[in-house]
Design a protein around this ligand. Structure first.
Ligand code: SF4
Ligand code: SF4
Length: 471
């Protein structure tokens, strides 16, 4: 029985409710009045229900689809302005006892070399990341209580935060590790993590069981209820996501939104971020085995519908996507991207390791400076901001600021100041010129005179060597 307030996965992601939503979508999506009414509701920027979002996704009227894309653009600009937050993944270990059939780190893959970074190696990787300009990391590790116990993760977080390189440091570590218990989430929170990220992979229980035949992750309920335990353990910024292509995309979109509604209903705060990776080739993995792999046009529409349905939630894509696809998705709602990424253990310091131990193929292989230059060319402000978490604006504090539309008053000046730091410390000549020009232009977009004046003052101070200002 569907119950968004229930702590049980089978009730907040109730299969019957998902199927009824899809049936309603197939009926109502050909009714232009209904679709228009949903778009009008979306324009109020307060979000949509999973049933309404399913109808939009199913609607194939080209004029209404165009309206979906333009509305998604408007909503993104309203809440976040034109800043795009940049981060990099840091793979600590590819030891894993799970059997996820779509991931080359699965326990039965004997061809991939296994590697776990020592604290010394983590320090070296972090130095390389700081030298490229990064301030925000997403820490990744397989599930293996013997090789990657929680204490190893906690020690690694401490190491990452302790590294200083050329006066700079990593300011925010988000963590993407296996579902765990409340006590462990408490320890992660105490270690100062930013967002706790865990992808559902697929919400379709039958597909889930087929694709996760062995290991602790094979327990659908344990995995799906992880964000509830994370919240109970004090991790109030959580990031959810689906690996699109594992199951039917309609089913996944509806369930993903039901998960967001559940977190909002039970904890008063929806997910901080939603990630939308798609299945892609990797060692030992053939995408031909996944008939639900998502075509580009549907993927773009799905991102736009999500943007309208959850206007306050950050949306993330990785370097799995090509430059062309990233441009299209940034346009319709993505607010955070990885850049200059290595999806392997030790890949930032050892190129050979990248080829040997990559979790998936990277389509966008450009170094960070090129990514920054490309964002500038497309009139996005590349942002290295980490301010909210460091100012204690997490969980419901962050959400209330976001819902009121006031967060962009922080996002734009913070983006400009962190971009300026990047330009001063790491940019190539061409990026420096383009970046300084965009900063001048975008200062006018700061509506409050006091904030604008203070930003101008701080930008000059950054030029003179000061660092780490934030609103
Ligand atoms: Fe392990 Fe994660 Fe890969 Fe599954 S997806 S095999 S849990 S690293
Ligand atoms: Fe993110 Fe907050 Fe910075 Fe905006 S001000 S970019 S929401 S950390």
């Amino acid at each position: 029985m569907y119950n968004p307030l229930s702590p049980h996965a089978c009730e907040f992601i109730d299969n019957g409710e998902v199927l009824e939503s899809l049936e309603e979508a197939s009926r109502e999506s050909t009714n232009p009045q209904r679709v228009k009414a949903i778009l009008e509701k979306g324009a109020l920027r307060k979000g949509l229900t999973h049933r309404e979002a399913a109808i939009l996704l199913e609607c194939k009227d080209p004029r209404l689809e165009e309206r979906m894309y333009s509305l998604a653009r408007e909503i993104k600009m309203h809440f976040y302005g034109n800043r795009i937050v940049l981060f990099a993944p840091l793979y600590l270990s590819n030891y894993c006892i799970n059997g996820c059939v779509y991931c080359p780190y699965h326990a039965k893959n004997r061809t991939i070399p296994r590697k776990k970074l020592s604290q010394q190696e983590i320090e070296e990787e972090v130095r390389a990341l700081i030298r490229s300009g990064h301030k925000r990391l997403a820490l990744e590790a397989g599930e293996d209580p013997r090789n990657n116990p929680l204490d190893y993760i906690l020690e690694s977080i401490k190491t990452i935060y302790s590294v200083r390189e050329g006066g700079n440091s990593i300011r925010r570590v988000n963590v993407n590790i296996a579902a765990t218990d409340v006590q462990s989430y408490r320890k992660l929170r105490a270690a100062g993590i930013g967002t706790y990220i865990l992808f559902q992979e697929t919400y379709d229980m039958q597909r889930y069981r087929l694709l996760h035949p062995t290991g602790p992750k094979s327990n659908y309920e344990w995995h799906t209820e992880a964000m509830d335990r994370a919240q109970e353990g004090g991790c109030d910024d959580v990031g959810i996501g689906v690996l699109f292509g594992l199951g039917g995309y309609r089913y996944e979109l509806v369930s993903l939104l039901m998960h967001a509604e559940h977190l909002e209903a039970r904890f008063g705060v929806g997910p901080h971020t939603i990630s939308v990776p798609r299945i892609c080739p990797a060692d030992d993995i053939d995408t031909g085995d996944f008939p639900d792999a998502l075509p580009d046009d549907i993927f773009r529409k799905l991102v736009a519908v999500l943007r309208i349905a959850v206007p306050y939630t950050g949306m993330i894509i990785s370097t799995r996507e090509s430059v062309r696809m990233r441009e299209q998705l940034l346009d319709v709602g993505i607010s955070q991207i990885s850049g200059g990424s290595r999806t392997s253990v030790g890949g930032y310091t050892t190129a050979e390791r990248h080829n040997e131990t990559a979790q998936f193929d990277v389509a966008d292989t450009r170094p960070l400076d090129e990514v920054v230059g490309w964002l500038l060319d497309n009139r996005h402000i590349p942002s290295f901001c980490t301010a909210c978490y460091r100012e204690g604006r997490t969980g419901d504090r962050f959400m209330s600021l976001c819902k009121s539309g006031k967060i962009s008053l922080c996002c734009t000046p913070n983006a400009l100041m962190t971009l300026k730091e990047y330009l001063m410390d790491y940019a190539s000549g061409d990026t420096l010129t383009k970046g300084n020009a965009l900063i001048l232009e975008c200062l006018h977009d700061i509506p409050e005179g006091r904030v604008r004046d203070l930003t101008v003052k701080r930008l000059s101070e950054i030029e003179r060597g000061s660092r780490d200002f934030r609103f």
